[in-house]
Design a protein around this ligand. Structure first.
Ligand code: BG6
Length: 473
């Protein structure tokens, strides 16, 4: 019993949070490059402050990140040493198409990822590729307004066609958009949206979401055409919404929060806009404009599997008075029964089992947990060694809950990639000190450090977890 023999253990990262090298290989500028660390970050990632160029005043953590661009061989060797079966990573769109609307891809960018895949192959690691992990060329934002514009579908599909064809021999598992529901909470980061004064933001967000949903369906079609072996997944930020109390108003509010997130997966996995969404969006006057063929496209090309990130459950109250807790990019009410991370995120391993059950009940498709982990402050000793028992505890409990969902509840699970195998830049805050890795990177908040990689205690622990296929935790 337990996890299947071919269960895919590994780790997950995103190009902009680990690669750096943003001026190398003719790469163009992306939305994620111009998200500064510090107090303006929130206004920028939510589309309320338009800063499409780097200035001399802000710090831009993606510029160097942890230099995976130059150190990927060493990093992948470490993943191999831990026994990874899969490495989830993303493509920087602007390495392949610097502006985003070119006809021809850049060979240098394509070669970089080919080298990464070849390196993975050496260690028997299969890549799981997120085509867009919070990634949109700045040029497409300036010229077309990002995903609010339907033309984005064609540009994105050109990228997909290029990737599917070129990497046919290396990659068969793809994710179309990272945390697609984040478009509602971080629309600049998720979809390159900058809002104009007085515009109906909700309307723009759902229009952009519709374009991404159609693009995702067409990418699925294309992936299957290029290689029938290809499997395509959607990816959303999950975490069940618990009612704050059994008061019906709290329950109703929690249900609506879940629906807001499941809306995306409902479309991607079932192939149509669910009735609650149609009604709600129409009522608010934000139902997106569609082309006559869209409904057929969504219906014909649903995803093969459902992937998601799980960091925490959410607790929802009808009244605004409850004390708030942080969480993956948005707040919810503070759950009095849970402990919290250094960044105030709830820690709820059983919530992962609940979420797995909920998703499986809803879709009956294979699932993949593609992000889960603990962002914490690590204190290395004189040798740079970190004894991160807190991280091991977090992961152990979550893997245990996941095993129960598989073993006792019978959910279908393809694999687990923890966020992140190596320390990297935080998406929410742009901080370096918020560390998730099994491998410590000697880079400090002020940018100083050697960038050396040092194995943490959790490195050896995860190695054993993989070796025993999750039996020894
Ligand atoms: C998810 C993203 O939102 O959570 C990752 O897909 C991100 O890109 C991760 O890094 C953890 O969030 P944070 O804000 O701690 O980096």
């Amino acid at each position: 019993m337990g996890f299947s023999k071919d269960f895919l253990w590994g780790g997950a990262s995103a190009a902009n949070q680990c690669e750096g090298g943003i001026e190398e290989g003719g790469r163009g500028l992306a939305n994620v490059d111009v998200c500064p660390a510090g107090e303006d970050r929130s206004a920028v990632i939510t589309g309320h402050k338009k800063m499409l160029r780097m200035d001399g005043y802000h710090k831009y953590p993606a510029a160097e990140a942890v230099d995976f661009y130059h150190r990927f061989r060493e990093d992948i060797r470490l993943f191999g040493e831990m026994g990874f079966k899969v490495y989830r990573m993303s493509i920087a769109w602007t390495r392949i198409f610097p502006n985003g609307d070119e006809e021809t891809p850049r060979e240098e960018g394509l070669r970089f990822y080919e080298d990464v895949f070849k390196e993975c192959q050496k260690y028997g690691i299969q890549p799981l590729v997120t085509i867009s992990h919070f990634d949109c060329p700045v040029y497409l934002i300036e010229q077309y307004g990002g995903w609010r514009n339907r033309k984005m579908i064609d540009f994105y599909l050109r990228l997909c066609q290029t990737l599917f064809t070129r990497y046919k021999d290396y990659v068969t598992n793809w994710l179309t958009f990272n945390e697609i529901n984040m478009i509602l909470h971080a629309p600049f980061m998720g979809a390159g949206l900058c809002f104009e004064e007085g515009e109906d933001e909700e309307k723009v967000k759902y229009q952009a979401a519709h374009h991404e949903l159609v693009a995702s369906a067409l990418a699925t079609k294309l992936a299957h055409e290029v290689n029938p072996e290809n499997k395509v997944g959607c990816m959303f930020a999950a975490g069940s919404a618990y009612p704050y109390s059994c008061k019906p108003e709290d329950v109703w509010e929690a249900l609506q929060t879940d629906q807001e997130n499941y809306f995306f997966v409902d479309v991607q996995a079932r192939g149509y806009y669910p009735s609650y969404a149609v009604k709600r969006l129409e009522r608010k006057g934000v139902f997106p404009q569609m082309q006559p063929e869209d409904q057929e496209i969504l219906r014909r090309y649903p995803v093969d599997f459902i992937s998601f990130s799980y960091y925490n459950s959410r607790c929802i109250a009808a009244s605004e008075e409850q004390e708030k807790a942080e969480g993956n990019l948005f707040q919810s009410a503070k759950n009095p029964y849970l402990k919290f991370s250094d960044w105030g995120w709830p820690i709820d391993p059983l919530g992962l089992r609940i979420t797995l059950n909920e998703i499986y009940d809803r879709y009956q498709k294979p699932m993949f947990v593609v992000e889960n982990g603990l962002g914490a402050v690590d204190c290395p000793d004189g040798e740079g060694y970190v004894e991160d028992d807190y991280r091991i505890d977090y992961l152990r409990e979550h893997i245990r809950a996941m095993r129960a969902a598989v073993e006792e509840d019978g959910v279908e699970l393809m694999g687990y990639t923890s966020w992140a195998p190596i320390d990297l830049i935080s998406a929410g805050t742009g901080e370096m000190k918020k560390r998730y890795g099994f491998v410590y990177v000697d880079k400090q908040e002020d940018g100083s450090g050697t960038l050396d990689r040092i194995k943490k205690k959790s490195f050896y622990w995860y190695q054993k977890v993989i070796k025993t296929n999750g039996e020894e935790l």
